[in-house]
Design a protein around this ligand. Structure first.
Ligand SMILES: [Fe+2]
Ligand SMILES: [Fe+2]
Length: 135
């Protein structure tokens, strides 16, 4: 089963970033499977993987922002911190034995769709409009 379906409509037009988003979606879908199968052991293993990958991806985006002097870097970084902190708090709860699977995935799905379409699309538009070719 698939929780989030990747499509070209989610593309920001930067190859490296698109493939990271796609991979992130794949990780979320995999965790979704584990939750559906009530595989708590796997869920506990996958949450930190998700957090680590999110961190890697956020760092890659923020590096692009610095490099091209993106003017909305501060507000964008705040959104990244918000997700990271929230995911860590879900992980803490899961480690204490709480069954957070469904709630965590719902949060992730909403966050990702909203973040992509609002904040990530914003830099995509900015770079495009300013004819900045991101490498
Ligand atoms: Fe972002
Ligand atoms: Fe992103």
């Amino acid at each position: 089963m698939v929780l989030i379906k990747w499509s070209s409509g989610l593309s920001v037009g930067i190859k490296k970033i698109d493939s990271q988003h796609e991979y992130f979606v794949r990780l979320i879908n995999s965790t979704y499977d584990s939750v559906e199968n009530n595989d708590n052991y796997k869920v506990l293993k996958e949450i930190p993987e998700l957090i680590n990958y999110a961190r890697t991806h956020f760092a890659a985006e923020e590096e692009v922002f610095e490099k091209y002097n993106y003017p909305f870097t501060t507000e964008h970084k705040k959104e990244h911190v918000k997700l990271t902190e929230k995911a860590i708090s879900f992980y803490d709860r899961a480690q204490k034995g709480e069954n957070i699977g469904e709630e965590f995935l719902e949060y992730l799905k909403d966050w990702l769709e909203n973040h992509l379409k609002t904040h990530d699309f914003k830099y995509a538009k900015y770079f495009k409009e300013n004819k900045i070719k991101v490498e």
